[in-house]
Design a protein around this ligand. Structure first.
Ligand code: DNO
Length: 357
């Protein structure tokens, strides 16, 4: 297990590299250029500016997240070939700085979704991200975007890049005619174009699941179950085409057997990285993100870590969204303290797996 941490860069993240380096077992970052618009080339200079300080701090940056796929590629329209060419350049540029895995998603328009970013947990005074489908029912997509922006305390939020949301209404209309099968067809077109470049540069593309694990606002979503992943993996026969297993996303539907998913696709060599966190269900499609501890949520983190230990022990892992605790103010889900506790706990579970051998 290679323990990593998501970091938004010196200009945008109140968490410092020094702090990250002091978390036990931390080997590196899952990096992110939060100002890049989908479809833009990630230029070498920009990557150098982000990765240089990470290397100087003695940390690695072998995973980069959220190299967002332009909507034209997902919809299969207009300038998709141009954006695909840009994506290929970005892959080559990232590879030249030692990046080995790129985490991305193929969710139409919206990435992960919550209805409250600062939900107060009455039992202990901590705050976590929260979702209630009933609340969503009353909101238009634009209202939801506004609510998310208001709740983000001025921080950029991955998946909620302003440019992607500017043309939200028009894009939503475009998607009306796009079925799940059509989305998969467009996905295959994208993979067929970029995977040969990945082969050449030894970069693995890891698809992040839909979060939550069901279609939203009538948009097709194709990555939230075992069956979906079988279809996705079937789209391209290369180990460079893989999955980022996110327990918090898949765990929004308790019918997903996450350890079984890890065991199946991990044994195929298709799980290079995982986001691990826990959540507590509070009703139908209503949940809050809990601490990582198994007994605090509904997921068995030991079984998740054990599955990874058994089939893909070299995977990159990061503690995912944390709660806001100890008076910390920061980017919702991405503070220092609770994610550091999560890393320590995951390290402990992994050590237990090793010693149980
Ligand atoms: C949410 C993250 C996602 C993830 C992207 C990858 O907090 O896990 O934004 O990084 O879906 O493209």
């Amino acid at each position: 297990m290679k323990m990593t941490f998501r970091w938004f860069g010196a200009k945008s993240d109140p968490v410092t590299l020094e702090q990250i380096r002091q978390i036990p077992g931390m080997t590196g970052l899952m990096g992110f250029l939060d100002y890049k618009a989908a479809g833009e080339v990630w230029e070498k200079e920009e990557i150098k500016e982000y990765i240089g300080p990470i290397h100087d701090a003695g940390l690695l940056c072998e995973v980069i997240e959220s190299v967002n796929v332009h909507e034209d590629i997902k919809m299969g329209i207009n300038r998709r070939d141009e954006y695909i060419e840009n994506y290929k350049i970005t892959i080559r540029n990232l590879a030249s700085f030692g990046v080995k895995v790129i985490v991305y998603n193929f969710m139409p328009v919206l990435d992960w979704l919550r209805t409250d970013l600062n939900f107060l947990n009455a039992d202990d005074g901590s705050e976590s991200m929260f979702y209630d489908e009933a609340e969503l029912g009353d909101l238009s997509p634009l209202e939801l975007v506004k609510k998310t922006a208001d709740g983000s305390k001025g921080f950029s939020m991955p998946g909620w890049e302003p440019e992607r949301l500017l043309e939200l209404e028009a894009t939503l209309l475009h998607y009306k005619g796009i079925t799940a099968d059509k989305l998969r067809e467009n996905y295959k077109y994208f993979l067929d174009a970029i995977i040969p470049v990945c082969e050449e540069c030894n970069v693995t593309m890891a698809c992040h699941p839909d979060d939550p694990a069901w279609p939203i606002f009538g948009l097709p979503r194709i990555a939230h179950s075992f069956a979906d992943f079988e279809k996705i993996i079937g789209l391209h026969n290369s180990k460079r085409h893989a999955l980022c297993i996110c327990s918090g996303s898949l765990g929004t539907n308790l019918e997903n057997d996450i350890p079984a998913i890890i065991r199946h696709f991990g044994a195929m060599g298709r799980v290079p990285c995982l986001h691990i966190r826990n959540l507590k269900h509070m009703g139908y499609r209503r949940f809050r993100e809990s601490s990582h501890l198994s007994s605090d949520g509904d997921l068995d983190l030991f079984e998740i870590v054990k599955a990874m230990y058994d089939v893909c022990p070299d995977a990159y892992v990061r503690p995912d969204h944390g709660r806001m605790i100890w008076g910390e103010t920061g980017r919702p889900g991405y503070g220092l303290y609770d994610r550091a506790l999560g890393a320590a706990y995951l390290n402990g579970l992994y050590e237990a797996c090793e010693k149980l051998e």
